[in-house]
Ligand binder design. Sequence first.
Ligand code: 0L1
Ligand code: MG
Length: 260
Amino acid sequence: MTEWSIDRAVTELLDRETARRDGGRITTEWPELDLATAYEVQDALVRRKVGAGENVVGVKLGLTSRAKQERMGIDSPLTAWLTDAMVLPAGEPVPLGELIHPRVEPEIVFVLGERLRGPGVTAATALAAVRSVHAGFEVIDSRYRDFSFALPDVVADNASSARFVVGAKGLAPSALDLGLEACLLGVDGKVVASATGAAVQGHPAEALALAANALGRRGVALEPGWIVLTGGLTDAVFVERGQEVTADFTSLGSLSVTGR
Ligand code: 0L1
Ligand code: MG
């Protein structure tokens, strides 16, 4: 068996994604995979995607809400990369045939108007850099069996990233109270979960500041025009063929996706 390395982990994770195959945790075979190395795997994985023609269009946070942390059994938020190949235009179905075992989660999404570079970014300075706030969905698709992973595994796997939807309606941050912005998550017309923006680190702007500071420590700035997914507000739901998942927000409008 070849020794584990950053390169081998990237190849394994990308092979699983391409073949629509899940597999065991990398940390089972490579217990020395620590968080810093896992972020190196994540960066190298995204460099391979960029080398294949994808473009980085933003970042996402994961595990920012208690609902997500409790479900995944991990209490540390994380960051990961978004590329243009992950964009699912609003109204398009979730392409089940291209994915392994997708789940959908509602998110509050920022589009940046100004550059943000940590460390030292506060929620207030973070929010001042936001051009518009949107409702969104993230379609996550872990390359690990049963979405079972330790923190370094999921970080290496670019935090289960697969697709994301950004709602067309964009509001200035000053136009709404993001901590109180409520979201009802529905499946086939039945509400299955609910949360307000406060579920995300107390306020989604705290999540944005967290991303700016974490990436700043790695020498990366968040650029104007970048999309930032602030993390699942509620637990994610599986989406089956023909099933409709809806997110109804107080001010940000409604979104729906159907599995196909
Ligand atoms: O928004 C999120 O919390 C995504 C977390 C990514 C890890 C996962 O739930 O698979
Ligand atoms: Mg998410």
